[in-house]
Design a protein around this ligand. Structure first.
Ligand SMILES: [Cu+2]
Length: 267
C-alpha cells in the first residue's frame, strides 16, 4: 500500500482559549462557482479555496497556483492572468484564497484544472498538492467531460459530473501519469456550506459530517471506484497520494487527485 495513505487527517488547534484539539476531516481544494449548468454566455466567477468543506472547518492559505487552466473543445486556456488574491473568512479562521474569471462563449464542457503550489502541513510535516478538476457546461452539450486531460494525478468521471442524480451513483477512475491506480484511498466530502461569492464566507450550513471519521472508498484493480450520492449539492472525491512525485523540499509530498461533481434531486 502507498505509505502516504496514512497522512489523511490533520489536527487543527482552534483559535480559542480552549485546549481541545479537534481532528479535522480532509483537506479539499475547491474550484467553485455556484451555477455549473449555463444557458447563456458570460464571464463566470470562480473561487479557489483550500478548505475542510464537510465540517465547514479550517481554511488553509493558498499560494499562487503553479497552473490554472480550462480545457474546452480541445483548447487549453490559461486562467492564471485572471487570478486575484482574496481572503476567505471561514467559521474559525481566515486564509488566502483566489478569485478568477472563466469566459464562457460556446456550448460544451469547460473542464477546470488547478495545480496548486505544494502546501506545507505543519501538523503532519508534509507537503500536499491537490490537482483539482471541476466542470461547467453550457447548453447541455457534452464535449469531453469523460476524457482525461493529462493532469499528473487525475480522476476521470464515468458519470456526467454536472448533473448526477441524488440516489444514483458516481463512478470515477483514478489515474497517475495516465495510468490507473489500484487500491487508491479516496476521501469523499460534501460541500456543507457553499461559499458566498461576494462575501467570501461560507453560506448556510446544510449538512455535517457523519461520526466515524472520513468517508472512504477504495479504487479497484483498474482504478475505478463508485459512490452513491445521497444529497443534492457538490460532492468532492480526493484520491490521496496517487501522483508520481513523492517528495518536495526534503519532505514527503502527497499529490492528490480531486474532482468535484454537482448532484440534483429530481423530487
Ligand atoms: Cu486537514
Amino acid at each position: 500500500m502507498n505509505p502516504f495513505l496514512k497522512v489523511v487527517a490533520c489536527l487543527v488547534a482552534p483559535l480559542t482559549m480552549s485546549v481541545v484539539v479537534q481532528p479535522s476531516l480532509a483537506h479539499f481544494q475547491l474550484v467553485y462557482t455556484p451555477l455549473v449548468n449555463l444557458e447563456k454566455p458570460g464571464d463566470i466567477p470562480l473561487k479557489l479555496i483550500f478548505w475542510h468543506p464537510f465540517s465547514n472547518g479550517h481554511v488553509m492559505d493558498m499560494d499562487e497556483p503553479e497552473a490554472f487552466v480550462v480545457h474546452h473543445r480541445g483548447k487549453i486556456i490559461d486562467l492564471v492572468p485572471s487570478l486575484k488574491r482574496v481572503v476567505f473568512i471561514g467559521k474559525d479562521n481566515e486564509a488566502t484564497a483566489f478569485d478568477a474569471v472563466l469566459p464562457v462563449r460556446r456550448s460544451g464542457d469547460y473542464i477546470l484544472l488547478v495545480t496548486p503550489s505544494p502546501y506545507y502541513e505543519a501538523s503532519e510535516d508534509i507537503y500536499i498538492q491537490q490537482f483539482t478538476k471541476s466542470f461547467i457546461n453550457k447548453s447541455g452539450v457534452p464535449s469531453g467531460w469523460n476524457e482525461p486531460i493529462g493532469a499528473e494525478a487525475e480522476i476521470v468521471p464515468l458519470v456526467k459530473p454536472t448533473n448526477v442524480l441524488v440516489g444514483s451513483s458516481f463512478t470515477g477512475r483514478v489515474l497517475s501519469a495516465g495510468k490507473p491506480v489500484a487500491g487508491a484511498e479516496i476521501e469523499v466530502e460534501f460541500m456543507a456550506a457553499e461559499p458566498d461569492m461576494i462575501e467570501n464566507r461560507p453560506g448556510d450550513v446544510t449538512a455535517s459530517p457523519p461520526p466515524g471519521g472520513a468517508v472512504i472508498v477504495i479504487s479497484d484493480d483498474n482504478g475505478y471506484f463508485t459512490f452513491g450520492i445521497p444529497k443534492e449539492g457538490f460532492w468532492g472525491f480526493a484520491a490521496l497520494g496517487v501522483g508520481p512525485q513523492t517528495g518536495h523540499k526534503g519532505k514527503i509530498l502527497s499529490q492528490d487527485a480531486v474532482i468535484w461533481v454537482r448532484s440534483y434531486d429530481v423530487n
